[in-house]
Write a protein that binds this ligand. Structure first.
Ligand code: NI
Length: 158
């Protein structure tokens, strides 16, 4: 596995709408593993492919260091409730802000083995998945956050 360079806000790749993954290859699985290693090294809870310069619809998420989800072509098919919480992003170092997100979601995606999956998520997992899918649509949390502050904080970054 290898650590990848995380693209920072201002890099045009973060503003692009990512392309759907057409074929699951060994290269893609290695990319997902490298993304996960990069996420853990940065103490993040999620990472989207555009953040390492690949404009494809793939994300890794792990909010409890127990359950890692590799999601290919994820689509949110149901949203419920609304909650505001503080979040950060590995592409926007030291910035934190409040973002309103759905409290519960249902997401459909393809696993790294090509299986169609459905996941019901709430709390931090739901927040993180929404944050990562925003990356796939070229949206950063600082585009939608309020009360943005600078400085290291013990908030979750994705
Ligand atoms: Ni992010």
């Amino acid at each position: 596995m290898a650590l990848l360079e995380i693209k920072k806000a201002g890099d045009p790749v973060l503003k692009k709408v990512s392309e759907p993954v057409e074929k699951i290859t060994k290269r893609l699985r290695k990319l997902l593993d490298d993304m996960a290693e990069t996420m853990y090294a940065g103490e993040g809870v999620g990472l989207a492919a555009p953040q390492i310069g690949e404009s494809i619809r793939a994300v890794v998420v792990d909010v409890d260091k127990k359950n890692r989800y590799d999601m290919i072509n994820p689509v949110i098919t149901h949203r419920e409730g609304s909650v505001v919480d503080n979040e950060g992003c590995l592409s926007c170092p030291d910035l934190f802000g409040d973002v309103e997100r759905a409290e519960k979601i249902r997401v459909e995606y393809i696993s790294r083995f090509g299986k169609k999956k459905t996941l019901e998520a709430e709390g931090l997992l739901a927040r993180c998945i929404q944050h990562e899918i925003d990356h796939l649509d070229g949206r950063l949390f600082i585009d939608i956050a309020t009360n943005i502050t600078k400085g290291k904080r013990d908030n979750k970054q994705g």
